[in-house]
Design a protein around this ligand. Structure first.
Ligand SMILES: C[S@@+](CC[C@H](N)C(=O)[O-])C[C@H]1O[C@@H](n2cnc3c(N)ncnc32)[C@H](O)[C@@H]1O
Length: 272
């Protein structure tokens, strides 16, 4: 059987990533000096509006120190570290990309958070956890890489405890063809966007009820305008992860939002 994630794995494979990161962070924290979640945010919050969006979604998902959190498609682990540091909770992250998991584990140790934040390689379509293991599952800018949304949302529902919450932050299809390459796919073969209403219908059919649903498109457009007008960042940014084309990918994301081809959705849903 063909691996449904083959193109996605390829897109996010980043050979030698942890070594590149070690070199880059040495400029701000030489040797084994501790790093902070805030320092790493330009590098490790791999979604529109970065740490600002993570903070807003976390507030809507109502976390506290006892909340068992899973970050599905955790990337470099920035959101997981932010949640553990801000709310004092334990966070598990899984991701398809072994190089991202290796980097996430390294950065978490450098932030002194390894007792509360752990990572493993895993597929969101088959998460390696028992039923009802988590109170909150985060899914930020991941679903657009997953073709089988019904299985994705059903698997999340399986591992959520009764009363548990799914917190999503998604790019959604609006009108017209998407301009590639984008940060999540070089072309349409690894991109599985749904519209906002298709997303909601799929979630409801699987057994979720929305308790928070917000269109963040305009705020994302405004954010890109500010970011793109700003001075170039230091070496600690997602170009280090995704390569020299990353500014083109980000530029296309901003263009797709501006030209109303894409929207941005934040939501929290409970499993019934
Ligand atoms: C745009 S990044 C977002 C990373 C992280 N959620 C964040 O916001 O910083 C998308 C991530 O989803 C992961 N991903 C895509 N499909 C996945 C799947 N089926 N299972 C696990 N991870 C997946 C990718 O490897 C990548 O790390």
């Amino acid at each position: 059987m063909t691996d449904p994630n083959i193109k996605v794995r390829e897109h996010y494979s980043a050979a030698g990533l942890t070594d590149r990161i070690k070199t880059a962070v040495a400029t701000i924290a030489p040797g084994s000096q501790p790093l902070t979640v805030a320092q790493l945010a330009p590098l490790d919050q791999f979604h529109t509006r970065g740490i600002l969006a993570t903070g807003e979604l976390a507030a809507a998902a109502r976390l506290d120190p006892s909340t068992r959190v899973l970050d599905l498609g955790c990337g470099l682990g920035g959101p997981a570290r932010y949640l553990a540091e801000t709310f004092g909770c334990k966070v598990t992250g899984i991701d398809l990309s072994p190089s991202f998991i290796d980097a996430a584990t390294y950065l978490t140790a450098r932030c002194g958070l390894s007792d509360r934040v752990t990572f493993q390689v895993g597929d969101a379509l088959n998460p390696p956890f028992d039923d009802a293991s988590f109170d909150v599952v985060f899914l930020q800018h991941v679903a657009m890489n997953v073709e089988d949304r019904t299985t994705l949302y059903a698997q999340v529902r399986r591992i959520l405890a009764p009363g548990g919450r799914l917190a999503i932050y998604d790019l959604v299809l609006r009108d017209g063809d998407i301009v590639y390459p984008t940060p999540w796919a070089r072309d349409a073969s690894a991109s599985f966007l749904l519209s906002e209403s298709q997303t909601r219908t799929t979630l409801e059919e699987v057994g979720y009820k929305a308790v928070f649903w917000r269109d963040d498109t305009q705020v994302a457009r405004d954010w890109f305008k500010t970011v793109m007008g700003a001075q170039p960042q230091s070496g600690l940014n997602l170009g280090l992860v995704m390569g020299p084309d990353f500014p083109i990918m980000t530029g296309n994301l901003a263009r797709n939002l501006r030209e109303k081809r894409l929207g941005v959705l934040s939501a929290v849903l409970t499993r019934d």
